[in-house]
Design a protein around this ligand. Structure first.
Ligand code: TPP
Length: 663
């Protein structure tokens, strides 16, 4: 494969030089990892990785995930060298500057070839597992002529020290994701110094125990790297971990092999020394033409494969081609709106008394029939969170034709894998657990939101209403915490109709993740009249009008909407006219015109909100005069009905709060 006149060393040194120079210029960043892994990256990108810089969105490209995101310059350098048009030398000069494509850590969407946003260590590994899983699911659906690629993940000591790595590794091993290849940068250095300060694990044994094949090599020996990558791609039914023993900051005369190459520029003298040691005679940001050409030639390797793939797609049976293109584009099926409509009409007619987790299950029952791209799952709470439908077959090692994933007790791994599936495209992932365990998923939820991924989190048992499991399981601050996150749609529907509407909104939002906050306990229907319009789409609306001039506005979400309606009746019997506002999604409401918001909230009315959670954040709707009926402390273990009374979340309490305001 070595037909380039330019040596491997020169090509790898181009990465090292760009990493040193960009970090020097930015006066911040991490030169160590890119310098250490330059040899591995060079062999991978010039000999093995399947990609085409002219078609960066080629659906069947290999995925490369830089889980060790602090080493972003490795990725930027390679993308530039391989010929991605939007990664220019100018962008590299502007490393870490406002508006550049070369952010401190790789950010999805900033430049082509960046497959995911990384930086929080370990997340990329979880994403890679999701991508590899998505590849298998789509291959089972569309066949190897259209879907047959590898997923590579570069992970460092830090990624493997993070707990999420264990969830990701054991899930991948269990599912036998044989086309997943992890390149472990085993340089034995992290920020504080040698990793021996904090860990004495042999990581290879952990992978082996989880059912991985482990290869071991000198990460500066290009022949060995090529051989291992070749072997990793050859038939084995296990994922592969390649332990690459490297020297961090390779080439730096006094700092190589030390934590000093981590997290700051090498400094002028050290850079000059590294240039001498590496035999790199070129000024900063200058890569000789012959080296760029050799890289570009390597980057052009994939063009023929990409063209052949496009031909196969064009020649596929019409229905298959159209369906493949639809799911890759992330378009909803033609029957989507009518399906939601009929679910809503049925619920409005039947007025079922159901927990919203059950209503959610009913919605899924219908949607999964028309949306094979909807891949569900749960972190070992399937029966409780109603995420598996009757038509769902479980996905398992060797058979990826199902639509349901048993993630096991791995909330964090589930969320990170869902991000990977959404990033891969072709799949809309949803997964469920208890709302309280959003804490266990939060780092990955945050990345869904930051990247703008359509991932749906089905989070049930959403308040003290879950009852006997007690305060460890009863979320109180979680709604506030989730609502605080930018670009996350938090939906708390009140009944079966609202649940269908919120699912419709979650799936229609292509650039944002959603959390569906659902009850364990049954709720009465609050939407008795069918409307074609999705009333939840504006975030909040008057669900029960006052019968006369409105003096009071009762604001509520989810299970407390029916409590507000009960309070409305009590107030009406005393001649106090109140309207009930259901507010299933604050962030959508915030985006409405001021006039609509004022009309819904009732200008000049006394306002009281009721929600079985802490009041943090409600002041924005209540102002300084409004009242809040909810939780002030953690919950307790008891039947739900007793808890609502004990914590004073009742219609009577709402009435009292109103009267207090009316004087
Ligand atoms: C979750 C998380 N915690 C902490 C950090 C800060 N951090 C960035 S790099 C790093 C050390 C990484 O060590 P390693 O993976 O060995 O990378 P290398 O030293 O090889 O560059 C730390 C702690 C982070 N980015 N993410």
């Amino acid at each position: 494969m070595h037909q380039h006149a330019v040596s491997h060393t020169s090509m790898a040194n181009a990465i090292r030089a760009l990493a040193m120079d960009a970090v020097e210029q930015a006066k911040s960043g991490h030169p160590g990892m890119p310098m250490g892994m330059a040899d591995v990256a060079t062999v991978l990108f010039t000999q093995y990785l399947k990609y085409d810089p002219q078609h960066p969105d080629w659906p069947d490209r290999d995925r490369f995930v830089l889980s060790a995101g602090h080493g972003s310059m490795l990725l930027y350098a390679v993308l530039y060298l391989a010929g991605y048009a939007d990664m220019t030398l100018d962008e590299i000069r502007r490393f870490r500057q406002l508006g550049s494509r070369t952010a401190g850590h790789p950010e999805y969407g900033h430049a082509t070839g960046i497959e995911t946003t990384t930086g929080p260590l370990g997340q990329g590994l979880g994403n890679a597992v999701g991508m590899a899983l998505a590849e298998r699911i789509l291959a089972a659906r569309f066949g190897p002529a259209l879907v047959d690629h590898h997923t590579y993940c570069l992970a460092g000591d830090g990624c493997l020290m993070e707990g999420i790595s264990q969830e990701a590794i054991t899930l991948a091993g269990h599912l036998k994701l044989a086309k997943l290849i992890v390149l472990f940068d085993d340089n034995k250095i992290s920020i504080d110094g040698p990793t021996s300060l904090a860990i004495s694990e042999d990581a290879t044994l952990r992978f082996a125990a989880a059912g991985w094949r482990v290869l071991d090599l000198d990460g500066h020996d290009p022949e060995a790297i090529a051989a291992a990558l070749g072997e990793a791609r050859r038939g084995d039914d296990r994922p592969t971990m390649i332990r690459c023993r490297t020297i961090i900051g390779y080439g730096a005369p006094s700092k190589a092999g030390t934590a000093a190459t981590h997290g700051s520029p090498l400094g002028e003298k050290e850079v000059a020394g590294a240039r001498a040691q590496l035999g790199w005679r070129h000024p900063p940001f200058v890569i000789p033409n012959e080296i760029v050409s050799a890289w570009r030639a390597a980057g052009a390797r994939g063009a023929a494969g990409c063209a052949a793939w496009a031909k196969r797609l064009a020649g596929a049976p019409e229905a298959q081609r159209a369906e493949f293109e639809r799911v890759i584009a992330g378009e909803l099926p033609a029957a989507f709106a009518a399906t939601i409509e009929s679910i809503k009409a049925k619920a409005a007619a039947e007025k079922p008394k159901l927990a919203t987790r059950q209503s959610s299950g009913n919605v899924l029952e219908e949607l999964v029939k028309i949306m094979p791209e909807l891949i569900g799952g749960s972190a070992d709470l399937t029966g409780s969170v109603n995420t598996q439908t009757k038509s769902h077959k479980a996905i398992k090692a060797g058979d990826f034709s199902g639509g349901y994933i048993h993630y096991g007790v791995r909330e964090h791994g589930m969320a990170a894998a869902m991000n990977g599936m959404a990033l891969h495209r072709g799949i809309i992932p949803y997964g469920g657990t208890f709302l309280v365990f959003t804490d266990y998923c939060r780092p990955a939820i945050r990345l869904s939101a930051l990247m703008g991924l359509r991932v749906v989190y089905v989070m049930t048992h959403d308040s003290i209403g879950l009852g006997e499991d007690g305060p460890t399981h009863q979320p109180v601050e979680h709604l506030a915490a989730l609502r605080a996150m930018p670009n996350l749609q938090v939906f708390r529907p009140a009944d079966a109709v609202e649940t269908a509407e919120c699912w419709a909104l979650a799936l229609a939002a292509r650039d944002a993740p959603s959390v569906l906050v659902l009850t364990r306990q049954a709720l009465p229907a609050v939407r008795a009249i069918h409307t074609r319009e999705n009333l939840c789409a504006r975030g909040a609306y008057v669900v029960a009008e006052a019968t006369g001039p409105r003096r009071v506005s009762l604001l509520a979400t989810g299970s407390e909407v029916s409590i507000a309606i009960e309070a409305q009746a009590k107030l009406a019997s005393e001649g106090i006219e109140a309207a009930v506002v259901s507010m299933p999604c604050w962030s959508l409401f915030e985006r409405q015109p001021a006039a609509y918001r004022e009309q819904v909230l009732g200008a000049g009315t006394a306002r009281v909100a009721v929600e079985a959670a802490t009041g943090f954040g409600w002041e924005r709707w209540l102002g300084t005069e409004g009242g809040f009926v909810g939780m002030k402390t953690f919950g307790a273990s008891a039947p739900a009905g007793d808890l609502y009374k004990h914590f004073g979340i009742t219609a009577d309490a709402v009435v009292a709060a109103v009267k207090q305001r009316l004087g």
